[in-house]
Design a protein around this ligand. Structure first.
Ligand SMILES: Cc1cc2nc3c(=O)[nH]c(=O)nc-3n(C[C@H](O)[C@H](O)[C@H](O)COP(=O)(O)O)c2cc1C
Length: 189
């Protein structure tokens, strides 16, 4: 079951934008992050939730999508995420092992997948603009944005070719292909 959920938990970048996600769902997803591991149990992460069209538009305008798909500027109107979770760190509680946000993000994305939702972790963020748009106080560092929605694209996993090219690509039917390295190639000892 865990493997099924991990397989289902692909990065999706096109959505049924009209399928809304409510605040309670976002709060439930953040609760999964709250219950996850944290270095020294410092729990420095904080969250900003967005699920209304105006705020969503502000967040969307600060994000960079699918760097390998050079001719695609990101999801168009009607296929954009229905919600976002912005992951912040309270710099007064920072820990040198900077891993908590990855763990939190995965908990949230797995919870979303379990609910039939999907999304994408996004680190390509115009952070000053996002900070200004959402009026994020200086004590918080912007770390990651999780875009969420009802997926409207097919994503398939491939085995990396002999040439080792890990770049994802989209075929003529719009199917998104993600090369993953072979298990035997990543277990090195
Ligand atoms: C920390 C992190 C940052 C990412 N940042 C971006 C991003 O800025 N824009 C984007 O479109 N995808 C981003 N992704 C999604 C990756 O491109 C995606 O995970 C990768 O292509 C593998 O696809 P998969 O998640 O379906 O396995 C990010 C993923 C991670 C884990």
């Amino acid at each position: 079951m865990m493997k099924d959920l991990v397989l289902k938990n692909r990065s999706y970048r096109r959505f049924h934008q009209h399928v809304l996600i409510d605040l309670e769902t976002l709060r439930d997803l953040v609760d999964l992050a709250r219950l996850s591991a944290s270095a020294t149990n410092a729990q420095p992460l904080r969250y900003v939730l967005s699920c209304d069209p105006e705020r969503n538009a502000l967040v969307y305008s600060t994000l960079g999508w699918a760097g390998y798909l050079k001719d695609w500027p990101g999801p168009g109107d009607g296929e954009r995420p229905s919600a976002y979770i912005v992951i912040l760190e309270d710099t007064r509680l920072s820990h040198p092992v900077h891993i908590d946000h990855g763990i939190a993000a995965q908990s949230i994305m797995l919870g979303a997948a379990e609910r039939g939702l999907g999304g994408c972790m996004i680190a390509t963020i115009d952070k000053p603009r996002l900070r200004g748009a959402l009026q994020i106080p200086d004590q918080y560092e912007v770390l990651l944005v999780l875009a969420l929605g009802k997926p409207r694209e097919t994503v398939v996993i491939e085995e990396v070719d002999a040439d080792g090219d890990i770049r994802y690509w989209r075929d003529a039917e719009g199917v998104h292909h993600v090369p993953k390295r072979r298990l035997d190639d990543i277990i090195v000892g």
